[in-house]
Write a protein that binds this ligand. Structure first.
Ligand code: PRP
Length: 207
């Protein structure tokens, strides 16, 4: 049995369709229900639907053999897993943004609002810039508008949220996309099956 952690939502649905196309069918998953675990004995697959930010935790601890997760989450959590494939889905970037006329004052710590404190700290460490992190859970774009922070470190996809709130990108940090990950010991024991999935997904026209 191969245990697969899927992120609930749009990315999870896309990934499921890709896995179904290469033989890991489990039709029940597409039904409208509150179930979170789906098993298909015939195809030998067990899917778990989990919060996107928890996928790497299930995989790291071995509750799932493989999982599908955004690079942003992998970077933020420094997960101890193998990253096997860039799916090319969910492409966006991690960036620093602020109000359009923002000027950095190097004499004082930069106040950075973010959902990604580790990514933000790592980025400013490389620049030797002293910062103060303000950890938020969402709607990060509001912070510089209200004067809560100088800048934000956040995901930018279309850029629409920034524009509609009077912000713009100050610096790009890193490109982001969805990755297939594997538990390290699962990979040892199920290498053939896991590598088969990587090969099949690479072949597909999914991007
Ligand atoms: C993400 C991100 C930005 C937005 C960027 O938020 O935090 O707010 O998407 O997308 P855009 O560049 O296409 O406008 P999400 O939708 O995850 O909601 P959140 O604010 O609750 O984090």
């Amino acid at each position: 049995m191969l245990n697969v952690a899927l992120p609930k939502g749009r990315l999870g649905n896309k990934v499921y369709n890709m896995l179904e196309a290469i033989g890991y069918e489990c039709k029940e998953i597409m039904e409208d229900s509150r179930k979170l675990i789906f098993i298909n004995e015939n195809t030998g697959v067990k899917y778990f639907l989990v919060k996107p930010s928890d996928v790497a935790i299930y995989v790291e601890y071995g509750a799932a053999d493989i999982g599908f997760v955004g690079k942003d989450i992998l970077l933020e959590q420094s997960s101890d897993v193998y990253e096997l494939l860039d799916l090319g889905l969910g492409k966006c970037k991690m960036a620093v943004a602020s109000i359009n006329d923002f000027r950095d004052d190097p004499k004082r710590p930069l106040r950075v609002a973010t959902k990604f404190p580790n990514i933000a700290r790592g980025y400013y460490d490389t620049k030797n810039r002293e910062i103060e992190i303000i950890k938020l859970s969402g709607s990060i774009e509001i912070a510089p508008v209200l004067g809560l922070s100088d800048v934000i470190v956040d995901i930018v996809e279309t850029g629409k949220t920034l524009i509609e709130n009077g912000l713009s990108v100050v610096e790009d940090i890193v490109p982001i996309s969805a990755r297939m990950i594997a538990n390290k010991s699962s990979y040892k024991f199920k290498e053939k099956e896991i590598e088969k999935i990587v090969t099949e997904l690479k072949k597909g026209e999914y991007k």
